[in-house]
Every structure is written in C-alpha cells, then in structure tokens.
Design a protein around this ligand. Structure first.
Ligand code: ZN
Length: 360
C-alpha cells in the first residue's frame, strides 16, 4: 500500500502578490486524487499537472490496482480569488482527455465534483469583481465536465467541519485518512483551510494543514477583515490544542510560498505581530489627539485621523509607505470597533476620525 502523498504544483503565475505562483496540491496515494485549487489558468500549468497525473497512472498500472473513473474525484477551491479557481476550465478538459487516452473507455467517465465555501452574500458588494469573474468561469464550463451538486449547480457548497474521506487507507489504520474543512474567514469571507488527517501519520509524520492564503509560506498574508482573521488563526490553533493528536498538524502547505515546517509557530507569530500592532495603535489612540489643522470644522471634537495615527507609528519609515500602512491601520481600527474599544466619528479614507473608548 502506497503512502498518502501530497503532490504540489505551482500554477506558473509568479508575481508580487502570488510570490512564486499559486500552489495547487494533489492529495491521495493513487487516483482518484483530491485537487486543492486550480491556479489561475496559465498555459504552462496544465502540462505540469498532466505529467504528475500520468506518472501516477503508470504506477497504478504496474501495481494493477484498478482504474478510477476519473483521475481526480474532487476539486476543492479554497476561496474566491481568481488565482485559485481560474484554471478550472483547463483542468476539467485535461481530465476528460486523459480519461479518453487511458484505454479504459469501457469505464464510464465520472467528472469531478467542484467544491467551495459559499461566499456570505451580505459581505459582497453588489458588483463584486471576484464573484463576477468566478461566475463567468463557472458559466464557461461545459455541463458534462463536472458532476453537479444535487441542486443542479456546478458548485457543491462546503460546510465547516465537512470531511472528505481519502481512498486507499492503509489496512492497518483504524480510521480513514480525511481532509477536513476549517472555515477561516478573514483573508476573504469564504476562505477555508483543510486539515489532512493521515491514517498513516504514525509512519509518515503528523497531520498537515493546507492554509491557502490564510497563512503564507513567506511574507505576510493580507486580509479583508482583521477581527475575523485573528479569530480564524486562533481557532486553527485552538482546534489543534483541544483535539490533541487528532488535529495535531505540524507542517503548513500554503497557497503561496514554500512549505512551513513548524506551522503552529508561524501562526503564533502572525497573531503576535497583529496584537503588537494593535497595542501600538491603542497607545496612540488613547493619547491626546493633535490639535485640528487650521480650516478644520471647528464643530468637530478633537480626534485622531487614520493619517495622524500612521504619521506617529510609521514616523521612521519613508512617506511613500504610509498609504499602504493606512489601509492596515484602518483594518485594525475596525477590529477595535468590533471589540468595543474604538469609535468612528465619521470622515472618509485617511481622514476618517476615530476616538478611543476607555475601559470603564
Ligand atoms: Zn487569496
């Protein structure tokens, strides 16, 4: 029995935000695999995936272990960013082609299921760019290229804690290997991580967390909602602590960048970094705000603007970094507002005015 394996491929889209490119992962010990993410649809990616699948078929034939009705049974999309789902069309086409060339024509082709966590609609602006590009990719898929959900839609909605049983569990294992969905909003509202519980963990090492864009292999992750993001990071760590060996992952396989060997330590660093920044902002916000500039509305009570806060915290940094920093400070202030520790007094952009709510 082959060991469970994770075959990573980057989707050949290097860039400022994608680092070396988007990582996609084939999970399983032999077909049918589960594929995590599809890349953004670059031409150079499909041959890499094809080579990985072809080499697995060769092994399968030498082992004479039977043939799967499709080389990939499930495609799990970790969130709504285009560099994670844009390759769907090409991959579905490739799977059909490989099936037709495998000499198993007698085996009825069962196309893969496509899964994604439903984007909470309340969080989406009406003309959400990500969602409309996702919809246009879905509408480009031939109906015969995927196995639809029972409702007839192309996407099978993921649930938190949903588990995918991986085939080919070693006969000695008491439990099957599974991939468990962990809803981790923050980077986007629909972001998930996937916890791979290995039935062969005893010989192959501890469990693995696929973190998508919630934790990156290098650099810092970006997020839309800091409160949700920190809660998600804490939840991933807490699940690990409470569930003891059951969820005791070590390595993180991120959506971008290299594998992180000590994943929990990196998550703790992420949380600490954010908490340190928050403490810095609280220190500034709880002090007296600078006097209003001449010409300011004299009716306004004195308050800190985002720009004033940035000017204090980033005073030693070049001013061209202040604007991106202001975005981060704004997200921190929203979190402090969620926590009942700050209040927005109005204003737009970097001129937004904030006040501290001291603990009584
Ligand atoms: Zn992303």
């Amino acid at each position: 029995m082959e060991k469970l394996q994770v075959l990573p491929n980057t989707s050949q889209n290097p860039g400022k935000f994608t680092l070396q490119g988007t990582n996609t992962y084939l999970v399983g010990s032999s077909p049918p695999y589960i594929l995590i993410d599809t890349g953004e649809g670059r031409d150079a990616y499909t041959p890499l995936l094809e080579a990985a699948l072809l080499s697995s078929i060769e092994k399968e034939q030498t082992q004479n272990s039977g043939s799967a009705a499709c080389l990939i049974s499930d495609i799990i999309l970790t969130h709504r960013h285009q560099d994670h789902f844009g390759g769907l069309h090409d991959i579905l086409k490739l799977l059909r082609k490989l099936h037709d060339h495998r000499g198993v024509e007698t085996l009825h082709y069962i196309p893969p299921r496509i899964h994604k966590y439903l984007s909470p609609s309340a969080t989406l602006p009406s003309s959400d760019a990500y969602e409309s590009s996702f919809e246009s990719v879905l509408s480009s898929l031939p109906a015969s290229s995927y196995t639809p959900a029972p409702s007839g839609t192309p996407i099978h909605d993921l649930r938190d804690a949903q588990r995918f049983r991986l085939p080919h569990t070693p006969p000695t294992a008491s439990e099957p290997s599974t991939l468990e969905v962990v809803h981790t909003p923050g980077h986007t509202p629909d972001s998930i991580c996937l916890l791979l519980r290995r039935a062969d963990a005893g010989v192959a090492g501890p469990h693995v967390l696929f973190s998508a864009d919630t934790v990156l292999g290098q650099g810092t992750a970006i997020f839309e909602d800091l409160s949700a993001y920190i809660s998600s990071l804490q939840r991933v760590l807490a699940a690990r602590a409470c569930a003891s060996a059951d969820a005791d992952f070590s390595a993180i396989y991120p959506g971008h960048g290299p594998v992180v060997e000590d994943g929990p330590a990196l998550i703790e660093t992420y949380i600490k970094h954010r908490m340190d920044r928050e403490a810095q902002i609280v220190r500034v916000l709880s002090g007296s705000p600078p006097p209003p500039k001449e010409g300011a509305d004299s009716g306004d009570e004195p308050a800190w603007t985002i720009w004033n806060i940035v000017a204090v915290i980033y005073k030693d940094y070049p001013e061209n970094l202040w604007l991106p920093a202001a975005h981060g400070v704004g997200l921190h202030l929203r979190k402090l507002e969620d926590d009942g520790r700050a209040r927005c007094l109005g204003g737009e952009g970097v001129k937004q005015r904030w006040t501290f709510i001291s603990e009584s």
